[in-house]
Design a protein around this ligand. Structure first.
Ligand SMILES: Cc1ncc(COP(=O)(O)O)c(C=O)c1O
Length: 385
């Protein structure tokens, strides 16, 4: 029987997987070899040198391409290396449009590093009204890049509408799909050219590997990205590629539990007198809830942000009292984490900019794990009381 199921649970396990011809191993072997013997002079084999291609990395890249509905995947040593490879597709002095609250690493890459090294110009725009993206267009706009949902305020943007606007400008449309995962949302099917992941988060899923992915919708873009990626060399090593591939096997299963827990936590938080505001796209109170329901077909992710009554001292007391939620950067692993974006992930963002984004000092971000929900709610309850 052919293995071409449309079901994500099945795809997570079988996508791109080929039984190893040499041994019959059902999981792709880890190939640490940096180079591969030519069968004959002038006739290289399928693999030549691991910066350009490696069988373990290729297994992850095939899997990712299939999960996202793309033609080709590229695996990198971090999410930021994946973002950088996309920016390296652009001509010098190109203009890029991103949301005001774009992920901090992407902000610094565009606004500082590539502004300096490649003259990249960036406009930071409120994507909640797609007309603002249209208005920001310039003759040299070459890329519209965005996340949905965003970090940590979980805004949801209309991917199909923004992709259409980018194409009308002659620009590429790229989505950072880290928070949603392909289980919930497949931007290439909504018209985007590139989808990117920090696989450090849900794809890897166990907080034990840093990695990134780009998946492209068409072959010619794939050729260009292959050339950039092989030369700049930010590729995933075979051990890391293997760990990510292993994580993806249970992605659908994990997301189901992550999201069930996150919804229960968000609904519970909404009932607490000490909680002023809960932000989760799965709540009817979320400003883009209807869009999220249309765009995200299996759930709303597992990051929940909320504002507590009180100042930073109250936030610190609450976070220090938590038992299961560890105070840590990052998200998307099986264990629950808690962060204070103001002083942690967004500490380098100037205070005025944080105020403009609505990122307050009493905002707390939860990455809801897959523990039993009763334990998570009991932990939050004792810490709030
Ligand atoms: C939305 C998003 N994109 C990109 C990145 C960068 O990924 P990495 O840390 O794997 O380089 C992160 C990391 O937190 C992220 O949250």
């Amino acid at each position: 029987m052919s293995r071409n199921s449309d079901n994500k649970e099945t795809q997570c396990i079988h996508a791109g997987n080929t039984v190893d011809k040499a041994t019959g191993a059902v999981m792709p072997p880890i190939h640490p070899s940096s180079t591969f013997e030519n069968p004959e002079f002038g006739k290289p084999g399928e693999y030549i040198y691991s910066r350009g291609g490696n069988p373990t990395r290729a297994a992850l890249e095939r899997c990712a391409a299939e999960l996202e509905g793309g033609v080709r995947g590229f695996a990198y040593g971090s999410g930021m290396a994946a973002v950088a490879a996309v920016v390296d597709l652009l001509p010098a002095n190109a203009h890029v449009i991103v949301p005001k609250e774009v992920y901090g690493g992407t902000f610094r890459l565009l606004d500082d590093v590539r502004a300096r090294s490649a003259g990249i110009q960036t406009s930071f725009v409120d994507f909640s009204d797609p007309a603002n993206v249209v208005a920001a267009g310039r003759d040299n706009t070459a890329l519209v890049w965005f996340e949905s949902p965003t970090n940590p305020l979980l805004s949801v943007y209309d991917i199909a509408a923004v992709a259409g606007i980018a194409h009308d400008m002659g620009a590429l449309a790229a989505v950072d799909n880290t928070f949603a995962t392909p289980i919930n949302q497949r931007p290439l099917e909504l018209g985007c050219d590139i989808v990117m992941h920090s696989t450090t988060k849900y794809m890897g899923g166990h907080s034990d590997v840093i990695g990134g992915l780009n998946i492209v919708a068409d072959e010619s873009l794939g050729e260009k990205l292959a050339a950039v990626s092989a030369v700049t060399g930010g590729i995933a090593g075979p051990f890391d590629a293997y760990l990510t591939l292993r994580g993806i096997k249970t992605l659908a299963l994990r997301m189901e539990r992550h999201q069930r827990n996150a919804l229960a936590v968000a609904e519970w938080l909404e009932q607490q007198p000490r909680v002023q505001r809960v932000i989760y796209p799965g709540l009817a109170s979320h400003p883009q809830h209807e869009l999220a329901r249309r765009q995200m077909d299996s759930g709303f992710g597992a990051v929940v942000s909320f504002e507590i009554d009180g100042d930073r001292a109250a936030v610190a007391t609450f976070m220090n009292k938590l038992g299961y939620f560890a105070i840590a950067e990052g998200l998307g692993g099986v264990e629950s984490l808690v962060g204070h974006p103001y002083t942690m992930s967004h500490s380098r963002v100037p205070d005025e900019r944080k105020a403009e984004l609505g990122l307050t000092d009493n905002l707390i971000r939860l990455s809801v794990g897959i523990e039993h929900v009763d334990d998570l709610l009991a932990d939050l309850d004792q810490a709030l009381s």
